[in-house]
Design a protein around this ligand. Sequence first.
Ligand code: NAG
Ligand code: NAG
Ligand code: NAG
Ligand code: NAG
Length: 389
Amino acid sequence: MRSSLGLSLFTFFASLPAGWSYNLVRDHSGQNFFQGWDFYGSWDNLTNGYVWWVDQTNATQQQLAYVDSNGRAIIKVDNTTTLTGTEPDQKRNTIRLTSTDSYDFGSLWIIDLVHLPYGCSVWPAFWTKGPTWPDNGEIDIIEAINLMDHNQMALHTTPGCIINQGPEATGHSIFNDCSKASGCTVAEAKPNSYGPGFNSAGGGVWATQYDATGIFMWFWGRADIPASITATTSTSGIDMTNWGPPSASYPVGPQCSNFTQFFTPQQLVLDITLCGSWAGLQSTYGGGCPGDCYKDSVLGPGSPKYDEAYFEINYVRAYTTGTPLPSSTPTTSSTGGVTVITSTIIDPAPASSSSTSPGKSLANGQDRSTAFSLAAIVFGMILFGATLL
Ligand SMILES: *[C@@H]1O[C@H](CO)[C@@H](O)[C@H](O)[C@H]1NC(C)=O
Ligand SMILES: *[C@@H]1O[C@H](CO)[C@@H](O)[C@H](O)[C@H]1NC(C)=O
Ligand SMILES: *[C@@H]1O[C@H](CO)[C@@H](O)[C@H](O)[C@H]1NC(C)=O
Ligand SMILES: *[C@@H]1O[C@H](CO)[C@@H](O)[C@H](O)[C@H]1NC(C)=O
């Protein structure tokens, strides 16, 4: 039984085109970084942080969102104003960006940063969302607070989606019920994924694969970024060969088998808030930060408290599997876990509906039923792989 399953899986993998690649559909970098994002233009009415997410005009005037002389995007908290007001009226200015594109299954997002915001009260995130929360899902790729020394990844869904982390992942699974308030969370285990450690190591890269068969996130510090990523340009596609295991792995499984029930096309979000419903809790803020989050951090002079509260970004790039590039690199199956991950890039549909027009979904027109039958095979492979371990 096992050998015939193994043979059919071998046949399945052998029939996959070698070296599945992703094609670039959106490049946010250099002088064009801020094209294709909406500025929120309201106070933080979502996570109750003490910030005003300013509109684009104010962001530009106040130098809170700009491209610096190195061609990197800076997105920061106001550190030049002294606030003397009272809760909750006086808030500190900062930024929340939401991509005008939304991306369907079969997408890959890569962000390269040299600096992440940190410090007492500071809560930055790079994440994705559907139109309605939490019905349409949320993927937290970079998220940490206050003086944390590592990044934490998560999914958020409506009840009914419990995901056991794939065995190949290197991160530490904390919760597996994605409808919990914290989401199904995975703590990064590699060094220097947040805070001063991340910044002094020259930053790093996150890649997120958004697929109907699973959601997978990789992190590399600057020194360890795979050549396939450092070699990419603002026009080239990307090949996932030799990425190694992801930090967080959320494969479909028996307790969350249908991702279209929990996730719709996702928009990318970059934001910073202060205090609020995670960073401002006494249980989190109190672990190393002084006094009261609002009175002792947000109020008073902005400098030096918020001098480190900025993103410095080389690029954010989005890819889809629309038209796989031919590649001579064979898909190896040496280690069960990694093969399962690479084989989830299964969407052979042509990029007929792909578009980079702002506001349009970058759906790649995949046939979901095909995706799910393949998902079932991949899931079988995961089980099969597990029996080999
Ligand atoms: C937050 O404010 C924005 C802009 O005013 C508004 O469109 C949105 O509905 C508000 N959201 C909530 C949850 O109150
Ligand atoms: C932009 O700044 C002006 C002047 O300070 C202010 O009246 C307005 O509310 C600001 N808008 C936003 C969205 O921050
Ligand atoms: C998966 O969920 C979607 C959206 O709720 C639904 O339309 C579809 O029928 C479901 N597919 C399966 C195989 O249950
Ligand atoms: C604010 O922060 C920047 C770095 O983000 C720093 O260069 C500057 O000196 C800080 N202080 C003031 C008052 O601008």
